[in-house]
Design a protein around this ligand. Structure first.
Ligand code: NI
Length: 175
């Protein structure tokens, strides 16, 4: 069984900007290992920390060239346009044709604390943009055009997956 259950749309941990990683240590490495197991089992190509309930800026991925971790990633350049049918483990079973930049330059750190700088094209570029979105609390449904969104909201309501209102602290405590 996967070490973590993947959080699904409607879970507030998927929303809001995550915090920078300040310490790259054994604890983070172990969490990444667990995230790889969870990701491969799903299966998926990438998994961002908020998807396992951790509000930190890192994600794991494998586009067929082995497992990689990117910590505190930043997109420094993006170019072009590319349409791709995108899905998300947090919005299970659904996918949409989404246009985003075709190439991106991403910088960040690996698990050894080394600088990483990657020029990514097409699938890898898409994965980076998708996972970066997760770190900012943005989900696929936020990237749809009006028509796609109306249709998506209908489907998500049927699946009971629409975002629930964030609970506010009203000061009222029920036993
Ligand atoms: Ni996703």
């Amino acid at each position: 069984m996967a070490p973590h259950s993947i959080r699904i749309l409607g879970d507030p941990v998927l929303r809001g900007r995550t915090d920078e990683v300040t310490e790259i240590d054994g604890r983070l490495a172990r969490l990444c290992d667990e995230m790889f197991t969870t990701m491969y089992e799903a299966p998926g190509l990438g998994l961002a920390a908020p998807q396992v309930g951790v509000r930190k800026r890192f994600f794991v991925y494998d586009v067929g060239e082995g497992p990689e971790v990117l910590i505190n990633p930043v997109i420094t350049e993006s170019e072009g346009e590319w349409e791709f049918e995108e899905g998300c483990l947090s919005v299970p079973g659904l996918s949409w044709d989404i246009v985003r930049p075709k190439t991106v330059h991403v910088t960040g750190y690996d698990l050894d604390g080394n600088d990483v700088s990657v020029e990514a094209d097409e699938l890898l570029a898409r994965l980076f943009q998708h996972e970066l979105d997760h770190l900012d609390g943005v989900l696929l449904v936020d990237r749809l055009d009006d028509e796609q969104r109306r249709e998506a909201m209908r489907t998500l309501r049927e699946l009971n997956l629409a975002d629930k209102p964030t609970p506010t602290n009203s000061g009222l405590q029920l036993p």
